[in-house]
Ligand binder design. Structure first.
Ligand SMILES: NC(=O)c1ccc[n+]([C@@H]2O[C@H](COP(=O)([O-])OP(=O)(O)OC[C@H]3O[C@@H](n4cnc5c(N)ncnc54)[C@H](O)[C@@H]3O)[C@@H](O)[C@H]2O)c1
Length: 250
């Protein structure tokens, strides 16, 4: 078991990659606090996986809730060893005449919530002698994105924060990494295709730019998350790992 007895919190846990992550972590021996806004999705997850999943409903656009949810998770689990801060949303592709409300929303979920959650989690990990934090970036946080400049900037911020925290928290034995999916087959994917103008044309263009020629499956990203959170990666910190079928290797 690669996560035997580990106490883990996962955000955006009710769907897609987060959901696959919860399943993999429990299979490997962890108990997981699964955080999501979608109560029905969390109920379905518990029904499928059982009592090793502790559901917590939270809207991570609420900054106070970002803080309180970490302590609720640690209390429910009896501590916290590992965090996958996975929640995020696409931004629209507009540059001229950006809608400020929409911008605030994406910055809050993609950057602020990640910062607040990690900031609250590290103290719990320190008390247990160490741990690991994983953020979800994107290939758009490693190379520019013509279709989604705002989203790209937000995901670059996540990578910069992770690399900085990796240095800051090394003395606490807390590793900090980023998993950077390319286009991945989850319910969110159509929103990415829609962000670049004509969705069909943009989808074809994106697929043509992936050497392996297809989107990732959610479980393939979850497998990378499992590795980065496990002790197998105990000498890896400050890394932004693309899981992208070769998209960023040009
Ligand atoms: N799918 C892709 O192609 C892709 C590519 C690169 C990066 N990402 C990143 O992956 C993450 C999303 O993962 P996914 O593709 O598995 O998505 P998904 O659509 O399958 O799941 C997203 C989950 O987030 C939850 N959520 C949405 N808003 C929330 C909020 N305010 N508070 C709490 N939970 C909320 C939803 O209920 C849902 O369960 C994001 O960080 C996204 O930027 C996705």
């Amino acid at each position: 078991m690669r996560l035997a007895n580990k106490l883990v919190m996962v955000t955006a846990a009710a769907s897609g990659m987060g959901r696959e992550g919860v399943k993999a972590f429990v299979r490997e021996g962890a108990t997981v606090a699964a955080v999501d806004i979608d109560q029905a999705g969390l109920d379905a997850l518990v029904a499928e996986i059982g009592p090793s999943v502790k559901p917590i409903q939270a809207n991570l656009l609420d900054r106070d809730r970002c803080r309180s949810v970490v302590h609720e998770a640690a209390e429910l689990l009896g501590g916290l060893d590992l965090l996958w801060s996975h929640a995020g949303i696409p931004a629209d592709g507009v540059v001229e005449g950006i809608d400020l409300e929409a911008l605030d929303r994406t910055i809050t979920l993609n950057i602020t919530s990640t910062m607040l959650i990690a900031g609250e989690a590290v103290g719990h990990m320190r008390r247990r002698g160490g741990g690991a934090i994983l953020f979800t970036g994107s290939t758009a946080g490693l190379v520019g994105s013509m279709g989604s400049p705002v989203y790209s900037a937000e995901k670059f911020a996540v990578v910069g924060y992770a690399k900085s925290l990796a240095q800051r928290f090394a003395a606490d034995n807390v590793r900090v990494n980023v998993v950077c999916p390319g286009i991945t087959d989850t319910p969110m994917l159509p929103q990415f295709f829609a962000s670049g103008g004509d969705p069909k044309a943009f989808e074809a263009k994106l697929l043509a730019s992936i050497p392996l020629g297809r989107p990732a499956r959610a479980v393939e990203v979850a497998n990378a998350a499992l590795f980065l959170l496990s002790d197998e990666a105990e000498y890896i910190t400050g890394v932004a790992l693309p899981v992208d079928g070769g998209y960023t290797c040009r």
